[in-house]
Design a protein around this ligand. Structure first.
Ligand SMILES: Nc1nc2c(ncn2[C@@H]2O[C@H](COP(=O)(O)OP(=O)(O)OP(=O)(O)O)[C@@H](O)[C@H]2O)c(=O)[nH]1
Ligand SMILES: [Mg+2]
Length: 299
């Protein structure tokens, strides 16, 4: 029988304390092997371990400059990584209305810039990074400082010009050499300047956008939400959604509102993913995007 999820989470935190780089990654992989294949609270632990693994980048001789470090904000963070002048800042500006410099010459952005925007009720953070070049992972063009900032992201957006799809390999290689686990799960490709060409790749999930096509920007927002592993749960008496991680349970919903709510919990009435409207469910029920929920509490 699997140990209770709270006990397992405590064990993870304890065993990872003080471990960094490769040692931390190895310990996370051992813990992942022990993790029961359940959803709900164990799904949250699985996500947490994956996040920890992404952040435990092997840093070689790299010394990271604090001044450049972008703080994680909002429900979910995407970092934009790409060669110079591919349209990273244009995209962040379009999505967030932030005051950012955009220009036809390379290296317009010289420092990381963070902006948060609301997409389908979720606070999504975008980190606009200076352009990288071949050799960035070895420090060329302040590459290490730039790539180091992608560490705080939940997923990386590989920003590539649609007329130059080969840029994917350059960016992915620099990220890999820097120690990132470049996979379909944690990297997405955004082909920019769709007004010039349409591009595709079979290595990553991708989308095409253009600053001159507002429809593509609207679709891009939905794309970001879909790729963000977040879901919306609607309390029956509210018009606002509660934003939770995919695979969250009724208990996670209660905890997100108040830590003591579960003590008063009798049952919940859920509509959406359930067979019936207002179906009676317990704390372990796993919620889906756009479920409506009503809590029935002890007095
Ligand atoms: N045709 C076309 N040009 C675009 C599009 N998006 C951006 N550009 C142009 O591409 C150039 C570079 O845009 P930026 O947003 O500054 O690119 P960047 O990737 O942030 O560049 P660096 O900060 O230098 O790394 C500018 O001249 C933009 O006007 C687009 O969708 N279509
Ligand atoms: Mg820029």
């Amino acid at each position: 029988m699997a140990m209770p999820h709270q006990v397992f989470k405590k064990k993870c935190v304890k065993e990872l304390k003080g471990l960094f780089g490769q040692k931390r990654i190895e310990k996370i992989e051992l813990l992942q092997q022990d993790l029961p294949d359940y959803s709900g609270p164990y799904g949250q632990i699985r996500k947490w371990l994956n996040d920890q693994k992404k952040k435990a980048v092997i840093s070689k001789k790299e010394t990271f400059h604090e001044a450049w470090e972008v703080k994680k904000q909002g429900h979910y963070t995407f970092a934009l990584v790409g060669l110079p002048s591919v349209g990273k800042s244009s995209l962040v500006k379009e999505l967030t209305n932030a005051k950012i410099d955009i220009a036809a010459y390379d290296f317009t952005t010289v420092k990381p810039f963070s902006a948060v925007t609301k997409i389908l009720g979720a606070q999504i953070q975008l980190i606009d990074l200076p352009g990288i070049i071949s050799g960035a992972s070895e420090g060329k063009g302040f590459g290490k400082r730039v790539l180091g900032n992608a560490r705080s992201a939940d997923k990386i957006l590989l920003i590539v010009e649609s007329t130059k799809p080969w840029q994917i390999n350059i960016v992915a290689n620099e990220l890999k050499k820097f120690g990132f686990n470049v996979t379909k799960e944690n990297c997405l490709v955004v082909f920019t300047k769709k007004d010039l060409a349409n591009a595709s790749t079979n290595k990553f999930t991708y989308t095409n956008i253009s600053m001159f096509d507002k429809q593509s920007i609207e679709e891009f927002k939905k794309f970001l939400f879909e790729q963000s592993d977040l879901q919306r749960v609607k309390p029956f008496d509210s018009n606002d959604f509660v934003i939770l991680c995919e695979g969250c349970s009724v208990k996670d919903f209660c905890d997100s509102i108040h830590k003591d709510l579960v003590k008063r919990f009798k049952h919940a009435l859920v509509s959406g993913s359930t067979k019936y409207r207002k179906q009676k469910v317990g704390l372990g029920y796993v919620l889906s995007d756009l479920d409506e929920i009503e809590l029935v509490l002890k007095h």
